[in-house]
Design a binder for this molecule. Structure first.
Ligand SMILES: [Zn+2]
Length: 265
């Protein structure tokens, strides 16, 4: 069964949720959130750290990148003890690669820095590059974001279902062809329309549920996954967000909570 396990679903200012990141088929981590809970939530999701050999980091913001350093901290200890073996591949754009190399040297003792130089492999991807990760092809896309360089990807699972991951900024309208007719599209929704004065999504280049659904309505997306949300509705987020989405979007909408599993079928 193909699946996505949501390790976190919150945006960059949450504390009740973990920041948005997920794992494809128990092996490929996409973004790392911003804190040490990356390790706890992977374990709670039943994902073994020893199975994670590939991670994609979409951009350099705290809520997507900093969790990587907590992960590297535990993995490097495991590598040192012979528990974690093989390479750890980090796929990212050039801006993210520079940031990772700059930061990690300041964070760990020398022995860890030396080990990271051996087992970690940073793979810089450009717009349109295609790579096979766990026998599945991923095409990386520059999302032409207004802030830091933000990359996403499109992929097709072995059952033929297509998925597009769009990072955490409202999709540039010039890229709508990328998501037309896709089976699963992952797009941010910062908050409900009723809460826009509280959370002010637009000044952060984010959207409400209403805005996202209205804009993507005519693109024949079969399943729209909304994530990267505020955390004040964490218990009934799925009910409230879906209720708003249904007014503007005809096809299926998925609003996951942390640790939810989305079956790709
Ligand atoms: Zn974010």
């Amino acid at each position: 069964m193909n699946k996505i396990t949501m390790i976190g679903t919150g945006h960059g200012f949450v504390h009740e949720l973990y920041n948005t990141c997920f794992v494809v088929n128990d092996k490929f981590l996409v973004d790392a959130g911003g804190g040490a809970d990356i390790v706890k939530n992977l374990k709670l999701a039943g994902i073994k750290l020893t199975d994670i050999h590939d991670v994609f980091i979409s951009h350099t913001h705290t809520d997507h990148l900093l969790g990587l350093f907590w992960l590297l901290k535990i993995l490097t200890g495991m590598y040192k003890d012979g528990i974690y073996t093989g390479k750890f591949n980090i796929y990212c754009n050039d801006e993210v690669a520079v940031a990772i190399k700059d930061i990690y040297k300041h964070l760990y003792p020398d022995v860890y820095v030396d080990l990271i130089g051996i087992y970690v492999n940073i793979v810089v991807v450009d717009d349109g590059d295609e790579l096979a990760i766990n026998n599945q092809k991923y095409k990386f896309v520059d999302l032409k974001a207004s802030k830091n360089k933000l990359y996403g990807f499109e992929t097709t699972f072995d059952n033929g279902k297509t998925l597009v991951f769009l990072g955490d900024e409202t999709l540039n309208t010039k890229l709508y062809d990328l998501i037309k007719n896709k089976d699963y599209v992952m797009h941010e929704a910062f908050c409900l329309d009723a809460d826009k004065e509280i959370f002010k999504p637009y000044e952060k280049k984010h959207s409400t549920v209403k805005y996202t659904c209205e804009n993507l309505k005519g693109l024949n997306i079969k399943n729209l996954i909304l994530y990267h949300t505020e955390d004040t509705h964490s218990n009934d987020k799925d009910i409230l967000y879906k209720k708003e989405a249904r007014k503007y979007f005809d096809n299926n909408v998925i609003v996951p909570k942390d640790l939810d599993v989305i079956e790709i079928n």
